[in-house]
Design a protein around this ligand. Structure first.
Ligand SMILES: [Zn+2]
Length: 294
C-alpha cells in the first residue's frame, strides 16, 4: 500500500511536470528547424489559456497575404485597468533574424504553463512573435514588397507597420520592446581581427524627437538595472553599438533614425527599447542558445 501511494505520488509529480512543459515547434524539432508562419499559428492555437488568459487578434496582413497575430494577455479587460502597465513586445521585423521569434514562442510557453502568470497582476502584455512572416518564410530581411520594415515606421507604407501603429494607437502602450539580431561575423571586422561578441545588446531611445525624460530615465535607471540582470544571467551583454571596425569607421552609440520601430514608438511617449541578440553564421546556427538568451 505504501509503495502504491509512493508510485501514485511519483506519477502525479511527473504528470504535473509533463503537463506544465509546453514545447515550441523549434524545441520539438530538436533545435533543427526554424518555426514557419503556419507552425506558429498552430502552436498559438494549441496553447492553454486557463493559467494566463489571452485573446488573439490579427492586427495586420503581410504583403503576401499572411495574417499576423498579436496575443493580448490580461486577467481582465485588456488595456482597461489604469493600475496596470501596458507593455508591447514585438519580434522579427527582419525575417533573417529569427531567434527573437523563437525566444518569444518559448516565453509564450512559460505564460501558458503558469510560470509567469504572476506578472499579469501588474501588466497587460501584448506579444507579437512574428512581425514579418514573408521574410520569415523566405529567410530574408525584407517583406514580400522588398521593404525593410524597420525603416518604414514614419511613413508607414507597409501593411505590417500600418497594422502595428494602429494597434499601438488603440492602447497607447507605456513600454515597448523591439527584438532583433546583429551579425557578429562581418568580413571587414574579421579581416582586422575583430568580431562583435555579446550574446545580447540593447539600445535605448537616442533620437532627439523622443522625450528627454524617458531618455534620461532609460540611461540612469533602466540600463544599470539591465546590465546587472544580464551579469547575473551569465550571458555577455553590452549596449547596442553599431558601426565599423576601429581603423575604418567609428563605433556609434546606437542608431538614431526616427523611422525605426524603437524610436518612432518612443516619439509617441513610450519607454521604448531595442534588443539585438547575436545572430549566427546562418539563421539556424547556434539557434538553441540564441533563442534561450532572448
Ligand atoms: Zn533587425
Amino acid at each position: 500500500m505504501k509503495n502504491c501511494l509512493l508510485l501514485l505520488a511519483c506519477v502525479m509529480i511527473i504528470g504535473t511536470t509533463y503537463s506544465q512543459k509546453i514545447s515550441t515547434p523549434l524545441e520539438l524539432s530538436g533545435f533543427k528547424t526554424l518555426t514557419s508562419h503556419q507552425q506558429m499559428i498552430n502552436y498559438i492555437k494549441s496553447l492553454p489559456r486557463d493559467k494566463s488568459p489571452f485573446l488573439t487578434e490579427d492586427f495586420a496582413v503581410s504583403a503576401t497575404g499572411m495574417k499576423i497575430p498579436v496575443l493580448k494577455f490580461s486577467t481582465g479587460e485588456f488595456g482597461n485597468d489604469e493600475k496596470k502597465l501596458k507593455v508591447l513586445l514585438f519580434a522579427q521585423q527582419h525575417g533573417n533574424e529569427p531567434s527573437g521569434k523563437e525566444g518569444v514562442l518559448m516565453l509564450l510557453s512559460k505564460f501558458a504553463s503558469g510560470e509567469l502568470s504572476h506578472l499579469l497582476q501588474k501588466l497587460d502584455l501584448a506579444i507579437i512573435p512574428m512581425m514579418n512572416p514573408d521574410g520569415n518564410n523566405s529567410d530574408k530581411r525584407r517583406n514580400g514588397n522588398g521593404a525593410d520594415l524597420n525603416r518604414d515606421h514614419l511613413i508607414l507604407l507597409q501593411p505590417e507597420n500600418q497594422g502595428l501603429h494602429k494597434f499601438f494607437n488603440k492602447y497607447l502602450f507605456e513600454v515597448s520592446m523591439d527584438v532583433h539580431e546583429y551579425g557578429p561575423f562581418s568580413r571587414d571586422w574579421m579581416e582586422l581581427g575583430y568580431r562583435k561578441n555579446s550574446n545580447v545588446t540593447a539600445g535605448i531611445l537616442t533620437n532627439i524627437n523622443t522625450p528627454q525624460a524617458i531618455r534620461t530615465y532609460s540611461r540612469t535607471k533602466y540600463f544599470p538595472w539591465l546590465t546587472a540582470q544580464m551579469k547575473k544571467s551569465g550571458y555577455s551583454f553590452s549596449e547596442y553599438t553599431p558601426g565599423g571596425p576601429p581603423e575604418i569607421e567609428y563605433i556609434r552609440q546606437s542608431t538614431f533614425d526616427i523611422n525605426d520601430g524603437r524610436q518612432s514608438i518612443g516619439s509617441l511617449g513610450a519607454l521604448s527599447f531595442i534588443q539585438e541578440g547575436m545572430n549566427g553564421r546562418d539563421s539556424i546556427d547556434n539557434i538553441e542558445v540564441r533563442a534561450k538568451v532572448k
